[in-house]
Write a protein that binds this ligand. Structure first.
Ligand SMILES: Nc1ncnc2c1ncn2[C@@H]1O[C@H](COP(=O)(O)OP(=O)(O)O)[C@@H](O)[C@H]1O
Ligand SMILES: [Mg+2]
Length: 480
């Protein structure tokens, strides 16, 4: 199949088969054509050339999403196609192609929604709630439940776990294994290498609209997978680190009690990269927030020995040399109506750091240093890809020359090319003496980037593991 949008080729001469009962991962950098492929198979778009064929060799003419559903194809789109002004039950029971379909009785829709949500052990979401009032992750759970409950013979998941916590992701993975056992074919798109190695049987890589490779997962190393995605061998995805064993302590956290924290203690040396790992709600995110002064603590202390002091609140934290990157950059990080360069300048402008002209020069320089890919720094920031938005946010903080960087899941939703750039940048900062504390939902990242990984359980540090540990082992330690 090929697919052109105007003169632009989003997919070129793709030949691929999906076997019955397999989990087939589809990978590639942002813009590679993964979602376009999903849209073609889901009847949203039609191929410009070529065709789709069913299991008996029959040609599938999927002229609409409804036609795809009738052919047994279910899909969870990257941009969820739920109706915000309808309830959870209506969205699940009426399906994605709600048109003039017969509307079942309310009690039937409710029952069907509860059964669907139960597939993910989900009893927190109210079937009568309007979808528009749900959080992003709950919407994602609704869309997934709906697809799981449709009795499809092929289900496509386009980055289904991008906003799920690891417990919800694990429940989805269990359901995918159950589907597979029933002979359902699953096409799974994800940027998370850990989950791909965990659930996929085969993996296909697309790059710039072309088919690069399809291989058995057992025959693939993650370096080779990344090389396929990037089109060249990554120098090394992660920076080479030298231990900062003798460096002075830059941050000491003692016996913190507060939201999700039940006696958190750890210290971080100058130039050290430390990961806080654990299940959602287990403390890592809250520890970062408490250190930065976003959340109050009930008891305990946070000290910066070299700075000789306690900081109070966020402005105090910034003055003490801290920087914090939130995990939900859309909600807490970027200023969506402002330009790339204005976003980068924002914190130093708020802190009245240097003159306006000097700030502008520094901000423009940082666009080059961080390789923020934009045709025009005056362009609105939301026009950038996720990875480039994240680099712009990092640039914002680097203008403040922080001595302690706190990063909450910094590469969530970021493609592998930008991830590698961010890792190397962080490595370089640490080499120059910046201390870095981060959380991540990706065990490959925890293991590859950190010098030390502190595993949280029930609100305290349970184990201290060296960086470079096998990520399967790390996953097991994290889930307990
Ligand atoms: N409806 C469309 N019109 C024009 N271009 C599109 C459309 N949909 C996708 N594209 C382009 O096709 C390319 C592949 O996009 P997509 O399939 O969304 O990539 P991926 O999901 O791998 O990140 C991108 O360059 C994107 O801008
Ligand atoms: Mg996509």
């Amino acid at each position: 199949m090929s697919k052109r949008f105007g003169s632009f080729s989003a997919l070129r001469d793709i030949n691929i088969d999906f076997a019955r009962g397999e989990v087939h991962a589809l990978m590639g950098e942002n813009g590679a054509g993964k979602s376009t492929m999903v849209m073609l198979i889901a009847g949203v778009h039609q191929p410009t050339e070529g065709a789709l064929f069913g299991p008996l060799g029959q040609r599938l003419e999927l002229m609409s999403p409804r036609a795809a559903i009738a052919a047994g194809i279910g899909v969870v789109h990257q941009e969820l196609d739920l109706f915000d002004n309808m309830t959870v039950a209506e969205n699940i029971a009426l399906g994605p192609a709600t048109g003039h379909a017969m509307r079942p009785a309310k009690s039937i829709m409710r029952a069907r929604a509860m059964a669907a949500l139960a597939l993910l052990d989900e009893n927190r979401i109210d079937p009568d709630a309007l979808v528009g009032t749900l959080s992003t992750s709950d919407k994602q759970l609704v869309a997934i439940s709906r697809a799981l409950s449709e009795n499809s013979s092929l289900i496509l998941f386009d980055e289904p776990t991008s906003s799920l916590n690891s417990a919800d992701a694990a429940r989805l993975h269990a359901q995918i294994r159950a589907l597979k056992a029933k002979g359902v074919t699953v096409v799974y798109i994800s940027h998370k290498l850990g989950e791909v190695f965990d659930i996929a049987d085969r993996v296909t890589v697309l790059r710039d609209g072309a088919h690069v490779s399809t291989r058995e997962i057992g025959a693939v190393s993650y370096e080779s997978l990344i090389a396929d995605m990037l089109g060249h061998n990554p120098a090394k995805i992660f920076p080479k680190r030298t231990a900062a064993e003798d460096a002075p302590v830059a941050l000491r956290v003692s016996d913190l009690h507060g939201i999700n924290m039940n006696g958190v203690s750890f210290s971080v040396r100058r130039g050290e990269i430390v990961a806080l790992a654990g299940l959602p709600g287990g403390g890592p995110t809250n520890a970062l927030r408490a250190v930065y002064g976003l959340d109050d603590i009930r008891s305990g202390s946070i000290t910066l020995p070299q700075r000789d002091g306690q900081r109070a609140g966020v402005p105090g934290a910034i003055r003490a040399g801290m920087a914090y990157l939130p995990s939900d950059r859309l909600r807490d990080g970027i200023m969506p109506l402002m330009s790339v360069v204005e976003n980068i300048e924002a914190t130093s402008a708020a802190m009245a750091d240097g003159s306006t002209a000097a700030r502008r020069i520094k901000a423009l320089e940082s666009i080059t240093t961080l390789n923020v890919r934009t045709s025009d720094p005056g362009k609105i920031i939301t026009a950038l890809s996720g990875g480039n938005q994240q680099k712009a946010l990092l640039a914002r903080w680097l203008m403040m020359k922080p001595s302690l960087l706190l990063l909450d899941d910094p590469t969530r939703g970021v493609d592998i090319g930008s991830k590698a750039e961010i890792y190397h940048l962080l490595g370089k900062l640490a080499d120059q003496g910046t201390s870095i504390v981060f959380t991540s939902s990706d065990s490959i990242e925890l293991s590859g980037l950190a010098d030390r990984i502190l595993i949280f359980r029930e609100g305290r540090v349970f184990e201290d593991v060296e960086g470079g540990v096998e990520y399967e082992l790390l996953d097991r330690k994290i889930t307990g």
